[in-house]
Design a protein around this ligand. Structure first.
Ligand code: SF4
Length: 146
């Protein structure tokens, strides 16, 4: 099955501070499924490294006050194109990101406070029926698929 995944969870150095992450069940995921790496912030034309941004009142604002809503939305639309092209029903996405975060995101104050909400990309993917899975629930998701 084709599954979208945040590129940073595959170790790609695309986070705002230019590092990659890991996922403990990545080997099993790759063995059983075809993973399609996506990074909506890069797809939206933002550089790496980049100034961190958070969602505030339906806009995406960087720590230095720049409005990057358009770049975030463009990147999310690109991910949606890939979801359709590869007929993905699921996406495994990085926790807490203003693009990829599902369920909990930072509150826009850059003080580490989390509030309920979804990143821009998650909102758009869910609109077209793609189920978004938090990275922290990836193992559980794998067992569900069997
Ligand atoms: Fe990772 Fe998503 Fe941020 Fe790109 S936008 S670095 S894929 S969390």
């Amino acid at each position: 099955m084709n599954i979208l995944i945040s590129a940073c969870l595959l170790g790609v150095n695309c986070t705002y501070n230019g590092i990659g992450k890991s996922l403990d069940c990545i080997d099993e995921l790759m063995e059983k499924h075809t993973l399609i790496p996506v990074c909506p912030e890069i797809f939206g034309g933002l550089p790496t490294p980049r100034t961190p941004a958070e969602i505030l009142e339906n806009k995406i604002i960087t720590k230095t006050g720049e409005d990057v809503t358009k770049e975030y939305e463009t990147g999310a639309e690109e991910v949606v194109k890939l979801a359709k092209l590869y007929q993905c029903r699921y996406a495994i996405l990085k926790d807490r990101s203003p693009s990829c975060g599902k369920g909990m995101i930072y509150d826009g104050s850059f003080s580490g406070v989390l509030i309920p909400g979804n990143g821009v990309c998650v909102s758009l993917l869910e609109k077209i029926g793609v189920e978004c899975i938090q990275e922290s629930k990836a193992k559980e998701f794998l067992s569900r698929l069997g």
